[in-house]
Design a binder for this molecule. Sequence first.
Ligand code: AMP
Length: 412
Amino acid sequence: MQFEELGLSPDLLRTVEEEGYEVPTPVQERAIPLVLQRRDVLAAAQTGTGKTAAFTLPILDILRPHANTSFSPARHPVRALVLTPTRELAMQVSESVKTYGRKVPLRAAVVYGGVPLDPQIKELAAGVEILVATPGRLLDLVGQRAANLAQVEILVLDEADRMLDMGFMPDIRRILDLLLSRKQTLLFSATFSDDIKRLAGSILNNPVTIEVSRHGTAAENVRQLVYPVDRDRKEELLRHLILKGDWHQVLVFTRTKLTASRLASWLDRNGVAATAIHSDRAQSDRTKALEGFKNGEIRVLVATDVAARGLDIEDLPHVVNFELPWNPEDYVHRVGRTGRAGATGDAVSLVCLDEADLLRGVQRLLQIAIPWEVADGFTPRRTEAQPLRTPRGSSGSAGGGRSRSCAGGRRG
Ligand code: AMP
């Protein structure tokens, strides 16, 4: 299918062409016509599927008749509200709104926590038609009478599953209470858990359900590999893989903020430029870290799952699971950072013995056996028959060695 067949206006088609998009992604193909028909949509689509354009492009066309050049804020009420779980995703969505909407004279703004309220209050006071927000900050702004949501016609819940995981449900309910009951609602979620289905059932009106996998599916264009390794040699192995493979732009996942910080400083001290990004760092630091990573000054970005949500880094070639996540679905999100938009990517996991169960959980979810390889000089001292066995003739001693516990406490 071609973009021309979706019902978008000519200037948006030109913008899409200028962005270099040749054909719509599956979620765009399904969602754009439905959103233009003003249907409620429940879409299972992960980051990397092109979901942001799938809702942004039709919203721009729907709101276009309201575009005006009046200086009166009253002529620019918030008409579309996009809620996202993290600041990074909010920034990324708002950049997309600005990119895709550059030929449409509608105003857009983004608000999120962790930065001063005043500039956001001023920006909202001038009037904006499209507002991208994280829930907590939006409620603060409503409380200050800086944001008025009474005229919102379109609500988008982006990465709704993550918003629920992060405990935003009460905030979302409060926001819903401020909106018109007759509005169009689009709910995007990487997964359709029971909680998501319940939320969808309570807020969507006769929705159309869309389910798409990532371009190709992760397995096709992402090479996944497991390196069995002793816990206390993971840092060394990571450095070895980066240097030996001449990897640049490596996104490394840890389970805790503490491990992220420690690993980044270890790499930095050992000759690999690295920085950590997690929710304890000031927003300005996170933005700076991301910029340094994007422009190649920083080779390795170490992130926790929460901080990584919404990071849009194009053509990211390498993702490393320094530790497997507690939740197998987070593995899918992590690996989804590479191989985006059809490019190929590598996702490697450094797995120590204590993580064998986590690896089994991932394999069960993906319904695949992830291939494994022992890196030269990194044969684990203690091994288990499956799936972390070592090759025949290696020095690994089954079960008899010292037990090496995996990093960190639970959840950071
Ligand atoms: P998203 O899933 O919205 O985070 O988008 C993932 C990436 O895909 C972004 O970098 C977009 O610029 C890119 N993208 C979106 N739509 C298309 C398309 N139709 N063709 C190629 N790339 C696209």
